[in-house]
Design a protein around this ligand. Structure first.
Ligand SMILES: [Zn+2]
Length: 418
């Protein structure tokens, strides 16, 4: 009986597999036309293949992972139109400020075209920076489908991205991964180095010349030191540092699965490229902490609205702890410089009276609101909590273990996916 049942199950499994194989998989490809960057507009065509639905809902995210605020990218989307394979127009209805419904009538292939107005900070005659969530619509409830993109660009422009290149097409296994690979388009400088079995590309869009060798050395030291902490090759074959060094005031960075995009004032970088070390180290450490070790609510992502987490102090503050400690370990900062930095963080926290009424968990949850309530900076206090946890583990184990062991354990035990 058992053998007979096993035979039936095997037949059923075979039938299921065959049926699934016969249904071509839904796929999305985008064509981005950025051939007129001075117009302040780009045109995007999103083609959906192997559709079987009568109605297709598409949406643009309301926020970008890592930047915990509602942005409403839909405000930049104009003239949404849809058509079938032979060019026949399909009805498009706007549902809300980020979602559209296309009357597809079950046709297998449809193309949705839209224009995007692009801010001068992201596009000018020399370049276009595509963050991802700001540009690409997704099929509602089908973010699992593979995505690819091709670009129409001005003469001489290149493509810098963490997406996998397949000739002139750039691909990702699903939408979350796809929009987590920002793309720099333009005449940028490209530097590279190899470390621990992976290639590291450094894409630099700068206002003028910079000391590239120093930037490569900085990135390499950070990469090697942090890879060593996790005891093996990093979880990718290629990683991309996307740098913008122009007229902005202050620095910022955003983490991604196999890349980071960082902006710093050109004048500061011209003065000393190592001024980008702290943000670079922070963003690189994120590839483990938050991109792979993360709270459940931070992936797969819900882009439709606010996603609160109590744990941003761990995601951001502890990342800052390791980011800056890396700089001391790899010699970019002198020991005294690191101690002065920690002293500054302690002083900032102790001088903040709100620390007595707002916890870091509350601060993590409230970051979306950006209201004028008692504020605690979870970067600041989270970094110091990282330090205190590390000291506690070291003293409790007589120096035989550190917080690094805890973080490694989290990575080895709880990380799912690439
Ligand atoms: Zn961060």
């Amino acid at each position: 009986m058992a053998r007979r049942l096993a035979g039936i199950f095997a037949l059923l499994l075979l039938a299921t597999a065959t049926a699934q194989d016969q249904i071509p998989r839904l796929a999305v490809s985008y064509a981005v036309d950025a051939s007129a960057p001075e117009s302040g507009k780009i045109r995007v065509a999103m083609t959906i293949r192997n559709n079987v639905q009568d109605e297709v809902k598409v949406a643009i995210p309301a926020w970008a992972p890592g930047a915990y605020r509602i942005v409403k990218y839909g405000r930049s989307v104009w003239n949404v139109e849809a058509s079938g394979r032979d060019g026949n127009k399909l009805e498009v209805m706007s549902i809300d400020d980020q979602t559209w419904r296309v009357k597809a009538g079950g046709i297998d292939r449809l193309t949705i075209r839209y224009e995007l107005s692009v801010d001068k900070s992201r596009m000018d005659k020399d370049h276009l920076f595509i963050a991802g969530p700001d540009t690409y619509l997704y099929i509602v409830d089908r973010k699992d489908v593979p995505c690819s993109v091709g670009f129409t660009l001005p003469e001489g422009w290149r493509v810098g991205t963490g997406l996998d290149a397949d000739g002139p097409v750039y691909k990702a296994r699903d939408y979350d991964t796809f929009i987590d690979c920002p793309t720099e388009l333009g005449k940028f400088e490209l530097l590279s180095f190899e470390a621990d079995g992976a290639t590291f590309d450094i894409v630099i869009h700068a206002k003028g010349p910079l000391d590239g060798e120093k930037i490569v050395d900085m990135c390499r030291r950070i990469v090697v030191t942090q890879n060593r902490m996790f005891g093996g090759p990093p979880p990718f074959k290629r990683y991309v540092f996307l740098y913008h060094f122009k007229d902005q005031t202050g620095g910022r960075g955003l983490e991604h699965l196999n890349s980071t995009d960082i902006s710093m004032p050109y004048a500061a970088m011209k003065f000393d490229p190592l001024l980008a070390a702290s943000v670079t180290s922070h963003e690189y450490f994120h590839l483990w902490n938050v991109k792979r070790i993360r709270p459940a609510e931070l992936g797969p992502f819900d882009y439709s609205g606010i996603v609160r987490s109590k744990a941003l102090w761990m995601c951001e503050g502890v990342t800052s702890y390791y980011g800056d400690r890396t700089l001391a370990h790899c010699g970019i900062w002198k020991e005294q410089q690191y101690l002065d930095h920690l002293a500054g963080e302690i002083e900032t926290l102790q001088n903040n009276p709100d620390r007595k009424v707002t916890s870091v968990e509350k601060a993590s949850q409230n970051v979306w609101d950006r209201k004028d309530y008692p504020r605690v900076d979870y970067y600041n206090k989270g970094e110091l909590l990282g330090l205190l946890i590390d000291l506690k583990v070291r003293t409790a184990t007589g120096g035989s273990k550190t917080f690094d062991d805890v973080v490694r354990r989290l990575y080895e035990q709880y990380v799912v996916g690439p």
